[in-house]
Design a protein around this ligand. Sequence first.
Ligand code: NAD
Length: 270
Amino acid sequence: MADMRLAVVGAAGRMGQALIRAIDAVDGAVLAAAVERDGADALGRDAGELAGIGQAGVAVTDDPAAAFAVADGVLDFTAPAVSVNFAGLAADANIAHVIGTTGLTPEHEDEIRAAAARTPIVKSGNMSLGVNLLSVLVRQAARALDAADWDIEVVEMHHKHKVDAPSGTAYLLGEAAAEGRGIDLADNSVRVRDGQTGPRPQGTIGFATLRGGSVVGEHSVMLAGEGEVVELTHRALDRSIFARGAVKAALWARGRDPGLYSMLDVLGIS
Ligand code: NAD
């Protein structure tokens, strides 16, 4: 089969540049187009040079429809409303869409689900193998340890430029814990604590957010019982883990039936 032609949207971003490097490093994928927002400094620049890997022969454009017309798939780590718009355009172009963007509202999720009825979409708050494996372990641990005796807290730290909180990965891990316990996360989570909070409501899943420096992403799920604490941790040392996962997801999604898939589907772990 010919190499899969990929369009990177948000090409000048932290993840966009990591995606361009990952496409270059992975067999079976080739960079077909690079898209940035209207007015971005990177417009017209060579995408390979932007990502520090030398000439790629692809100029950054602000015309996503033209970019999608020459691609078999889209890699999208941008912003929530932007990804919703791209989901519609990718479905119009009938090409696979990989969404790593976090901070989506339930309304955004609905719109992406609607687009997934027309084209394959892989969406995950974390595209790394390690975090997806961790989510399976968290689900198991939450199922095994009784909510009456064990409290679950998700702690995360990211670099100071991150704009949403808690992180998409923190939610992904919280969802895994809620699934293990057979509860709905939205109705059983504590996202913020401040002042006279009163005692911890039993059975809730708590979130704590740290921001600073250049931390790529650290997540711990703590299961705290009487006299002991179990801690399950993942540390991302490099953005390439997310980028390689996204390229893998695109190759997996190529030619698949329309639908909304997760990284667990791609990695075949559950
Ligand atoms: P960033 O701000 O560095 O990059 C976002 C890029 O998108 C910017 O270059 C911006 O100009 C571009 N953009 C905005 N609007 C656009 C438009 N209309 N068309 C084209 N490009 C547009 O952010 P980042 O650190 O790269 O993170 C991006 C997203 O990916 C965030 O939501 C982040 O949380 C998420 N993320 C997800 C994972 C994962 O594994 N799922 C990993 C890391 C980051």
